[in-house]
Design a protein around this ligand. Structure first.
Ligand code: HEC
Length: 178
């Protein structure tokens, strides 16, 4: 009985010390609060592992219900231009000032695209966003069918039918005036 009691007291003591160290680190500014340094290895590991686990769990049975067609792809291009180009760039792959300032870099999708990702993965990221990054959730601002059209466009970005590609090339870069 005494052994169990000492064991429990030991656990509580350890937890109190850890909480104290955590509080001290936050209050004295040891925990970084800036957006212009690189994320720590542990932080990246936690965020990436949690994201992959969520994608694995939620996208297994998710299928795009939208028929591929030039019309649907062009809608995807227009929705991308309105909602995404400010962070992910246009067809020239040049980042806006905004995109260059994020703590977690926003990939310029014309250069570092996601054509290899299943449409369901891009759908999930756009619908739910990515926690601890600037990637927003579009749950309340885009309809599911609109998100699927964007996901379809992302999947085919490097091999678009000519009429869709022409529309994509018209999307202006979001660069700040020099
Ligand atoms: C305010 C900036 C911002 C906006 C607007 C934004 N994103 Fe993102 N997005 C990000 C950032 C930052 C990341 C990187 C997150 C990460 O690395 O985990 C990201 C990641 C992604 C990824 C994953 C890329 C990869 O390499 O795995 C996809 C796909 C994506 N965004 C698509 C979109 C689409 C489509 C839209 C518009 C509907 C959009 N994003 C709007 C900032 C933004």
């Amino acid at each position: 009985m005494r052994l169990i009691l000492s064991f429990l007291v030991g656990i509580v003591f350890t937890l109190v010390v850890l909480a104290g160290v955590g509080y001290f680190a936050v209050k004295t500014g040891i925990v970084p609060a800036d957006a212009d340094s690189k994320p720590a290895a542990l932080e990246s590991w936690v965020a990436n592992t949690a994201l992959h686990a969520a994608l694995e769990r939620d996208t297994k049975d998710l299928r795009n219900p939208i028929q591929p067609s030039d019309e649907n792809l062009i809608t995807g291009v227009h929705l991308y231009a309105e909602n995404c180009a400010i962070c992910h760039g246009a067809s020239d792959g040049r980042p806006s000032n905004l995109a260059q300032g994020f703590y977690i870099e926003a990939p310029q999708l014309a250069k570092d695209g996601v054509e290899d990702d299943p449409e369901a993965v891009s759908f999930w990221k756009v619908k739910h966003g990515i926690r601890f990054t600037a990637m927003p959730s579009f749950t309340s601002t885009l309809k599911e069918e609109e998100i699927w059209k964007i996901a379809m466009f992302l999947r085919q970005m490097d091999k678009l039918p000519p009429a869709v590609d022409a529309e994509w090339k018209k999307v202006p870069s979001v660069l700040s005036p020099k």
